[in-house]
Design a protein around this ligand. Structure first.
Ligand code: PRP
Length: 178
């Protein structure tokens, strides 16, 4: 193991994650009762959550991906989000669920919801693995939320720090300075 690798502390373990993902899958299955749903996975962080969640949804599911980046001049955020990679399949008149790993300030999801609405889905909901209420700047309704967390720097289960830790099977946090 390299010298600068810090082992994150466990915040939410594998079993706890699996239970919540299972429950959300059941809820979605009931809510859409035999209708097809389109999951839009927001890369990269959400892909682990999305992969597990879709296998707990007992409905016809189509999978789409988007990739976003917020842009500014480096000193302050412009408050806008750019779609780097858009969906490729049809969305119009479909039941769509955006799948995020974390809603932090809410900027990404606010912009993304607006952009997906332009594609005229039949319905649009949001699923998120994590939500940090203490950081909210843009209010967002999360229809399917796995966990609300404190303002910790979380990694694992898809979430990264500088590209690392996405492969961890649990949600961990890095202590200040790491
Ligand atoms: C993270 C996360 C959300 C966004 C949340 O993405 O996946 O999309 O930030 O932050 P916000 O609510 O303040 O907008 P990130 O830019 O880290 O990309 P990644 O998923 O590819 O790691």
């Amino acid at each position: 193991m390299s010298m600068d690798y810090y082992q994150p502390e466990v915040l939410i373990n594998e079993d706890e994650i699996a239970k919540r993902v299972n429950a959300l899958g059941k809820e979605i299955t009931q809510d859409y009762a035999n209708e097809e749903v389109v999951l839009i996975c927001v890369l990269k962080g959400a892909y682990v959550f999305c992969a597990d969640l879709m296998r707990k949804i007992n409905l016809p599911v189509r999978l789409e991906f988007v990739s976003c980046s917020s842009y500014g001049d480096g000193l302050y955020s412009s408050g806008r989000v750019k779609v780097e990679m858009d969906v490729t399949g049809p969305i119009e008149n479909c039941h769509v669920i955006i799948v995020e790993d974390i809603v932090d300030t809410g900027l990404t999801i606010k912009n993304l919801v607006e952009l997906i609405q332009l594609k005229s889905p039949k319905s649009l909901k949001l699923a998120s693995l994590l939500y940090k209420p203490s950081r909210t700047r843009h209010e967002t309704k999360i229809d399917y939320l796995a966990f609300e967390i404190d303002d910790k720097f979380v990694v694992g289960y898809g979430l990264d720090y500088a590209g690392r830790y996405r492969e961890l099977p649990y949600i961990g946090f890095l202590n200040a300075g790491h």
